[in-house]
Design a protein around this ligand. Structure first.
Ligand SMILES: C=C(O[C@H]1C=CC=C(C(=O)O)[C@@H]1O)C(=O)O
Length: 419
């Protein structure tokens, strides 16, 4: 159910987008409070303030948010001098993994600054005409201090038992794959200024999408779906190997990943689930037969870019809803895998592994999968970090634990003070 108090907007939103001189790094503009981010290779969107928002939950959380968004967009008065995906009226959003958890939201900031292909713009959103505030770097974020890390409800030995249990259920119940996640809890000396880890993540993982929506932040390498001017793209990842830091060894490992039947099988399930979910919405779909190896500083993944041409006018959020949960975060078959996760995982995933991103009034948008991510708890000092692994019949628990540790590195490092 949506929260009508928060969904109510007392009048049509007035929206104005105009080009501006380049103000420097987008993330450096963010104030400490009510800051939103979606940044990739220096481009993207940042926003602050709250002009309108909707909170949804349950199975209908995507459809309800989409309906609210359409109504809001229909009644908004927009002057858009930029005319590019992400200009004009825009909302940041984040959705829970599970149908049973609260916390999904779309938020329209009061100020959005975007950059794309060398063009930078500002969008002002509200109930009245306001002057553009000075767009200059805000004060430097406070560096996190004193982070200590501990297991969540499940320690690493128990998690490996869980993986073993999942392997036997996969064999017994004839499942193909299930993704099991674990959490690590960080405790800091003082409340986290999220701008510090965001800056670190964007610097160290520029090819990932660095995001923040209402205390949920991270740097995801996986694009669930992008819709821009009718072109649909999805980057599917599944199949992982840790990097060693030695380039020659890593190159050999990349070769073995590309030949590993266990990883290729796991990857194939994920690609199939995305291609099947996009097929009703797309023509001219292109699904490469062989994955490439995506190199990140901490891990390498098998990756496939699926593309198609939108044929039924669905918006990016509708596409994200039909893709979620893909086999990269749920498993195959989806319903059985999600049921098994509910039975064995003992973790409230919250918004981890759910869609996170933005949508504009044309329906264009980008929704990543909320991976390599963390949730700041209400006290501001406790941060829950998440990582999951695709489990198939021949998965080895200790290897999966090591893989999950490697996937935790980006956020874990971002919570340590700079050296
Ligand atoms: C579930 C996660 O990663 C997914 C994405 C890429 C590779 C994966 C894997 O190899 O297991 C996972 O399916 C995570 O990072 O928490």
């Amino acid at each position: 159910m949506s929260n009508p108090a928060l969904a109510d907007v007392p009048g049509p939103l007035l929206v104005r987008s105009a080009p501006i001189d380049d103000p420097g790094a987008l993330l450096s503009l963010l104030p400490q409070d009510d800051a939103f981010a979606w940044v990739h290779n220096g481009d993207g969107l940042v926003g602050w303030g709250r002009a309108a928002e909707v909170h949804t939950s349950g199975k209908g959380r995507f459809a309800e948010a989409e309906q609210w968004w359409r109504d809001l967009a229909q009644h908004a008065v927009v002057r858009d001098e930029v005319g590019t995906p992400g200009s004009g009226l825009v909302a940041f959003g984040s959705f829970t993994f599970s149908d049973d958890t609260e916390g999904s939201a779309l938020v329209v900031p009061e100020i959005v600054v975007g950059r794309r292909d060398g063009v930078t713009w500002v969008t002002l959103i509200g109930l009245g005409i306001t002057a553009t505030p000075p767009l200059v770097p805000s004060s430097a974020p406070r560096e996190p201090s004193g982070a200590t890390f501990s297991d969540g409800a499940v320690d690493s030995a128990e998690w490996q038992q869980m993986v073993a249990e999942a392997v036997s259920r996969i064999v017994r119940d004839d499942l193909d794959k299930v993704v099991l996640a674990r959490e690590l809890v960080a405790t800091l000396d003082e409340p986290l200024d999220v701008r510090a880890p965001l800056a670190r993540l964007a610097e160290q993982y520029p090819s990932c999408w660095t995001f923040h929506v209402d205390g949920f932040f991270g740097s995801t390498p996986e694009m669930l779906v992008r819709l821009e001017r009718g072109l649909v793209t999805s980057r599917v990842l599944a199949g992982t190997i840790r990097r060693t830091g030695d380039d020659t060894r890593d190159l050999a490992l990349a070769g073995s990943l590309a030949r590993s039947s266990k990883d290729l099988e796991e990857h194939e399930y994920a690609v199939r689930s995305v291609a099947d979910a996009l097929a009703p919405h797309c023509t001219n779909m292109f699904v490469p037969e062989t994955p490439f190896v995506l190199h990140l500083p901490n891990v390498m993944h098998l990756a496939t870019d699926v593309t198609g041409v939108m044929r039924n006018g669905a918006g990016a959020l509708t596409l994200a809803a039909s893709l979620h949960p893909s086999a990269a975060v749920g498993g195959t078959p989806t319903a059985e895998a999600v049921r098994l996760i509910g039975q064995v995982e003992r973790l409230d995933r919250g918004r981890y592994a759910g869609p996170v991103g933005w949508i504009d009034a044309r329906g264009d948008g980008e929704w990543g999968i909320g991976l390599r991510s963390a949730q700041i708890e209400d006290d501001g000092r406790t941060v829950r970090l998440f990582a999951g692994c695709g489990i198939v019949a021949d998965s080895v628990p200790a290897d999966e634990l090591a893989e999950s540790e490697a996937k935790l590195i980006p956020v874990r490092d971002a919570l340590r003070p700079r050296t």
